[in-house]
Design a protein around this ligand. Structure first.
Ligand SMILES: NC(=O)c1ccc[n+]([C@@H]2O[C@H](COP(=O)([O-])OP(=O)(O)OC[C@H]3O[C@@H](n4cnc5c(N)ncnc54)[C@H](O)[C@@H]3O)[C@@H](O)[C@H]2O)c1
Length: 255
């Protein structure tokens, strides 16, 4: 990972397949570097030993630049309202990011400014085979994919439970099995129901009043249990409704 980190320092230089980069190293470099998915992307072409004791190793790039991965983010639900803003910020910071979204309430249009810079996968968080494929090499998961309408959850609690609870469980299982470093999940301030006590703080007792809030809260508890049982690092953010809306929404009454 150290070597990949060094290579990352060059990523802004618009690396092209066939081009070379030079890394100044204190230790011996392997002749080939692979990304976390196991694909070979850099081949050592020349080593120069200056008097400083460090060596300068030239590598030839043999696969596309986005594969120069130090920390690979996966954003589930990245084509949604919140997800697309997070995607833009991750790309702005020059990080590498993969998206998993089934486009049920989100849209690729939300990602138009970054789509050519991200690794987009259309698929469902409830499908373990899809998760196995997209979790390969991922370091950090930002888990946003959900049915986020409170009203919909009251009208159709089954689909909300399937996506928001079972989908979250599948995400946690995939994170455990692929040794993801951290899962950050979008939880909800709706967990506090109609609390008269303000401000809302984590020490308040949750009182979910809808299937949406209940499934989000249960997903949080699942994350805590996965941390205790399997050491999966897990953070849940109980967000209030973010305003202002800056993109058209396919659903209403988000929670
Ligand atoms: N918007 C809010 O007010 C608010 C407040 C607190 C928490 N949250 C949470 O933040 C997250 C994002 O909310 P949002 O407002 O951006 O909602 P959104 O509907 O715009 O985004 C959700 C995304 O998840 C995708 N998705 C849904 N089911 C999926 C599945 N089975 N597999 C893969 N992708 C799937 C949708 O296509 C969509 O792109 C949700 O988890 C939501 O519960 C939202």
């Amino acid at each position: 990972m150290f070597l990949i980190g060094m290579a990352m320092a060059h990523r802004g230089a618009d690396l092209k397949v066939g081009g070379t980069i030079s890394l100044r190293l204190r230790r011996a470099a392997p002749s080939i570097l692979r990304n976390p998915a196991g694909d070979c992307f850099l081949r050592q072409s020349e080593v120069i030993y200056p008097t400083s004791g460090k060596s300068i190793v030239k590598f030839q790039l043999i696969s596309p630049a986005w594969r120069l991965v130090l920390g690979l983010y996966l954003v589930t639900g990245g084509a949604g309202f919140i997800g697309s803003h997070i995607m833009e910020e991750i790309v702005r910071r020059g990080e590498y990011v993969r998206v998993l979204d089934n486009l049920s309430t989100g849209s690729k249009d939300n990602l138009s400014s970054v789509l050519d810079k991200v690794d987009f996968h259309e698929g469902d968080i409830r499908d373990p085979a899809t998760l196995r494929r997209v979790f390969a090499g991922v370091d950090y998961v930002i888990h946003l994919a959900a049915l986020s309408s409170v009203v919909r959850s009251i009208e159709d609690p089954v689909s909300t439970t399937e996506v928001n609870l079972m989908g979250t469980l599948q995400v946690l299982l995939a994170a455990r099995d692929t040794q993801v470093k951290r899962v950050v999940m979008a939880a909800t301030g709706a967990a506090y129901g109609d609390s008269a006590i303000l401000p809302l703080v984590e020490t308040l007792k949750p009182t979910p009043l809808s299937p949406y809030a209940l499934m989000k809260l249960t997903g949080e508890y699942y994350g805590q249990i996965f941390h205790r049982l399997y050491g999966v690092e897990f953070v849940a953010l109980r967000r209030p409704t973010p305003l202002p809306w800056t993109r058209p929404l396919k659903t209403s009454h988000h929670g």
